[in-house]
Design a protein around this ligand. Structure first.
Ligand code: SAH
Length: 356
């Protein structure tokens, strides 16, 4: 059986030092040299200030970045890039890089697949395969940086949204370790204030997360104005009530001083008429928040569709009238299967079944 290799990119500075001094029996300063290369997304073979012999020993035990960009598609409409990443065990995940005026924003996946079962989401159709490791979370950022720096060395991922496939709070420890590592001044040094974590509302974990003291923006996938509608599309709504989710959001606002973003996918004939907007505004009154309206991305496997443009506009107007801050999310990368989980499914469907 092949032994799994150590992922250097997911190690803290201390863990890397211990590995270098104890496992490799090398002096401590090598750890600093290796870390410098890891931040640039280099492979072990490229670490030219290490001897060939050391590189050889290192390659037997470890990989630098466990994530590799297998395919990249660039939107002709807005420059958005979609990545299909390959992991060491052959699993595939997706990422999207969006170019905003406030900097490049990378959408990061946290699990292979997802077990939350939301009715409108492509990522959950085959359930959860496994959690991503801290190295695989960081690896997505390092691989994206390396990819964009080929054309423009000054570019780098500036903002991160944990909104790819998977439920971040269902992979809690790895995600928290990733957040600390990605923020490390000796590492990729991305400000936590430039990071959003999106959850379907795992209430217990939301309280744990608030207690971590990380100034990350919380996005909550609400998608309904009440329990009755939410339970039709989100199984997690059977575990935690609407009020419990909102109470956890209020607690997060109190603890971090940051407003919460509510994601609300507008679905035809389900949650998008003005009565729903009225009820939503009532429920959110007094909460420091912003509502992000997303006309549903059609998923071929599901029967749910987006409402028409007029319905979307009327919903937005009604929220504004009730003094709820809201915007309709601009669609990015419409020509490259920009929405989560869609590209991976397309590729998996096209692959021969025997090659896994
Ligand atoms: N599991 C986390 C993060 C991943 S999904 C969460 O639930 O928040 C990122 C966002 O995309 C969530 O708000 C999710 O509900 C939304 N989403 C999933 N499928 C969608 C679709 N077909 N159309 C619009 N939004 C969708």
């Amino acid at each position: 059986m092949k032994l799994e290799k150590i992922q250097l990119l997911g190690m803290t500075g201390e863990e890397l030092e211990r590995f270098v001094t104890q496992d490799l029996k090398e002096s401590r300063f090598r750890a600093g040299q290796i870390a410098g290369w890891l931040n640039r997304g280099a492979e072990i073979g490229e670490m030219t200030n290490l001897s060939a012999a050391l590189r050889g020993r290192l390659s037997e035990l470890a990989v630098a970045n466990p994530v590799r960009i297998m395919e990249a598609y660039r939107s002709k409409l807005d420059g958005t890039e979609k990545f299909l990443y390959a992991l060491g065990d052959g699993n595939l995940i997706e990422g999207v890089l969006m170019r905003y005026h406030h900097g490049d924003t990378l959408c990061v996946s946290t699990q292979v697949g997802c077990r939350m079962g939301c009715a409108f989401c492509a990522s959950t159709l085959d359930g959860r395969v496994r959690n991503l490791t801290p190295g695989e979370l960081l690896g997505q950022v390092a691989a994206a940086n390396r990819h964009i720096q080929r054309d423009d060395p000054a570019r780098r991922v500036h903002n991160i949204v944990l909104m790819g496939s998977g439920e971040p709070l269902d992979n809690y420890e790895n995600v928290v370790k990733f957040l600390r590592l990605v923020n490390d001044p000796a590492g990729l040094n991305i400000s936590l204030r430039n990071i959003s974590l999106s959850t379907c509302g795992l209430v217990r974990r939301m309280y744990d997360f608030a207690a971590e003291g990380l100034p990350v923006t919380l996005s909550l996938s609400l998608h309904a104005p009440n329990d009755e509608i939410r339970r039709k599309i989100m199984p997690v709504a059977n575990a935690y009530s609407y009020e419990e989710v909102l109470a956890a959001c209020r607690y997060y606002v109190e603890k971090t001083g940051r407003r919460v973003i509510f994601e609300y996918a507008l679905i035809k004939d389900l949650n998008s008429d003005v009565r729903c907007a009225e009820e939503l505004a009532r429920r959110l009154r007094g909460l420091q928040c912003h509502v992000n309206l997303i006309p549903l991305n059609d998923v071929r496997e599901r029967k749910l569709e987006a409402p028409g443009r007029k319905t979307v506009e009327a919903f937005l107007k009604r929220l504004e009238l009730k003094h709820i801050s809201a915007t309709v999310r601009r669609e990015m990368g419409a020509d490259i299967e920009g929405a989560c989980g869609q590209l991976r499914r397309k590729v998996l469907a096209g692959q021969a079944t025997g090659d896994k």
